[in-house]
Design a protein around this ligand. Structure first.
Ligand SMILES: [Zn+2]
Length: 67
């Protein structure tokens, strides 16, 4: 499937069997972010987590890691 990064509008191709592709298909709103944008977001997110005022609820796994 073809996906568009919501941040920089870059078009990427995802293998339909990838977990990421399945996740995007199961959601009405596609929120794909390309690897470079994702890296930027992750950096910011980690900074906020480090400040102790931000919780990530994106997936059960990540939540477990934080608690
Ligand atoms: Zn991007």
């Amino acid at each position: 499937m073809r996906v568009k990064c919501i941040l920089c509008d870059k078009i990427d191709k995802l293998d339909d069997n990838l977990l990421e592709a399945k996740r995007l298909r199961n959601r009405p709103i596609h929120t794909y972010t390309c690897p470079s944008c994702k890296e930027r977001i992750t950096e910011k997110t980690e900074q906020r987590i480090a400040s102790g005022k931000f919780h990530v609820y994106r997936s059960g796994k990540q939540k477990e890691l934080l608690t």
